[in-house]
Design a protein around this ligand. Structure first.
Ligand SMILES: Cc1cc2nc3c(=O)[nH]c(=O)nc-3n(C[C@H](O)[C@H](O)[C@H](O)COP(=O)(O)OP(=O)(O)OC[C@H]3O[C@@H](n4cnc5c(N)ncnc54)[C@H](O)[C@@H]3O)c2cc1C
Length: 399
């Protein structure tokens, strides 16, 4: 059967698109290069509208069961403690889930994969890496490296959701415009109970500091501390256990050493693909846009792409509208990546690292103003929860 949607990548974006299409009775073949769902530690924050979107697949309840409900988040500094605390409860009329869920992203991948398996008919191919693509008026052909050698698969459309190094984006020669930050980000996970040391802590806390900002996020059983490293630090220096310990002691000084359960270093970019659509091929998730993790918008934005695109594909597939409707996907989602996610995450980073007394004061004044005015608080939370970006996208009706 050639009439189907091909999807490359079983990450949050590819699996979300697949789940939507399957419930819309559209055949899907999903290619994943790895032999099983990858279980690396990456995103951990699920925003309210993402929880709304994932609910029909049982994934929201699964994330709540396996994660932590985080109704509030804080901005802090080491000297003064909490500078401002925001409570998603003010969004109770805007979402069914007025809170974030803190849960490792790989758990979502399992939940969606299990849901699809339970529906029957999900054609998920592990150990299948897409390597190229051809297309014409009749359809699209994915060239795939399989355990049995090279094979070709045919479909109506192809979604490239194979992450930041997207083969589809490169094959289609789509520029990935933007920049890479000089500093890399170090994530250290520890079972140390920071909530006992700082009793007013929430599960999501951003610490402003001119010398070394950081954030502390909790997932079940572990706290994850994220620090920027200096551009001139070598990997050997960054992973030196004594230096990691010094960073942790900087975050919260204590007499006993920290247990460093996991350490990850990664390069951070702000990039958006020049096009999200080339004929029958679409980019979604990290394949289309990447940003710094301040605000937890990368994975969430990718899931929002996936549902937006899959909804449009379903409408065209079932004859409710024509192919031009698919152009609206890029028209709606690309400006969000540029104007909301990129600018919001860059501003978050600049606020936390503000180094002059004037810049620090400006950030503190901003927090005081927003948290003291209910209308401004609500507006701010609509933006940080990404609800505002979805509403802005929905207003775009012309491709
Ligand atoms: C350390 C770290 C921390 C992060 N923290 C956050 C956070 O707090 N909040 C947030 O929102 N985001 C965060 N992110 C970003 C988030 O992890 C990504 O935005 C998210 O994983 C993107 O999902 P995706 O489905 O687009 O791509 P991925 O999750 O990268 O999935 C792509 C899939 O495609 C597969 N694949 C790759 N090449 C091929 C191929 N040729 N053929 C077939 N399959 C292929 C891969 O194996 C993978 O399974 C973080 C990222 C990192 C690295």
């Amino acid at each position: 059967m050639t009439d189907r949607v091909l999807i490359a990548g079983a990450g949050p974006a590819g699996l979300s698109a697949a789940a939507y299409l399957i419930q819309a009775r559209i055949p899907v073949t999903l290619f994943e290069a790895e032999d099983a769902l990858p279980e690396n530690l990456r995103a951990s924050t699920f925003h309210p509208p993402t929880l709304d979107m994932l609910a029909p697949y049982g994934a929201t309840q699964g994330l709540i069961d396996q994660g932590l409900i985080a109704p509030k988040f804080q901005f802090r500094d080491r000297a003064n403690g909490c500078l401002a605390e925001f409570d998603f409860a003010v969004l109770k009329d805007d979402t069914d889930h007025p809170f974030r869920v803190q849960c490792e992203q790989f758990k979502l991948n399992h939940l969606l994969h299990d849901w699809m398996a339970a529906q029957g008919g999900a054609d998920v191919r592990f150990g299948h890496a897409i390597t190229g693509v051809r297309q014409n008026d009749d359809g699209v052909t994915a060239i795939v490296a399989t355990p049995d050698g090279k094979a070709e698969f045919h479909g109506r459309w192809l979604i490239g959701a194979e992450g930041a190094n997207s083969v589809m984006r490169q094959a289609l020669e789509i520029p990935f415009e933007g920049f890479t930050w000089d500093e890399r980000f170090l994530v250290v996970s520890t079972p140390f109970p920071f909530e006992d040391a700082m009793p007013d802590l929430t599960f999501v806390n951003y610490f402003a500091d001119p010398e070394q900002w950081f954030f502390l996020l909790k997932v079940p059983g572990l706290w994850r501390a994220l620090f920027p490293t200096k551009a001139e630090e070598t990997e050997e220096e960054i992973f030196d256990p004594a230096r990691i310990e010094a960073r942790m002691q900087w975050a919260w000084g204590k007499t006993e050493p920290y247990e460093h359960r996991h350490t990850t270093l990664y390069r951070v970019h702000q990039r958006v693909a020049e096009r999200y659509r080339t004929g029958r091929v679409f980019l979604a998730g990290d394949a289309a846009h990447i940003n710094n993790p301040l605000g937890g918008m990368g994975m969430n934005g990718g899931i929002h792409d996936a549902f937006n695109l899959a909804e449009k594909m379903a409408a065209v597939w079932h004859g409710e509208t024509d192919d031009r409707h698919l152009d609206l996907y890029e028209a709606q989602r690309r400006p969000i990546a540029l104007d909301y996610v990129n600018s919001h995450t860059i501003r978050n980073k600049q606020n936390l690292e503000a180094s002059t007394p004037e810049a620090q004061q400006t950030f503190r004044d901003f927090l005081a103003e927003v948290s003291s005015d209910p209308e401004k608080t609500r507006d701010y939370l609509l933006r940080t929860s990404m609800i505002a970006s979805l509403r802005a996208a929905a207003k775009i009706t012309d491709a």
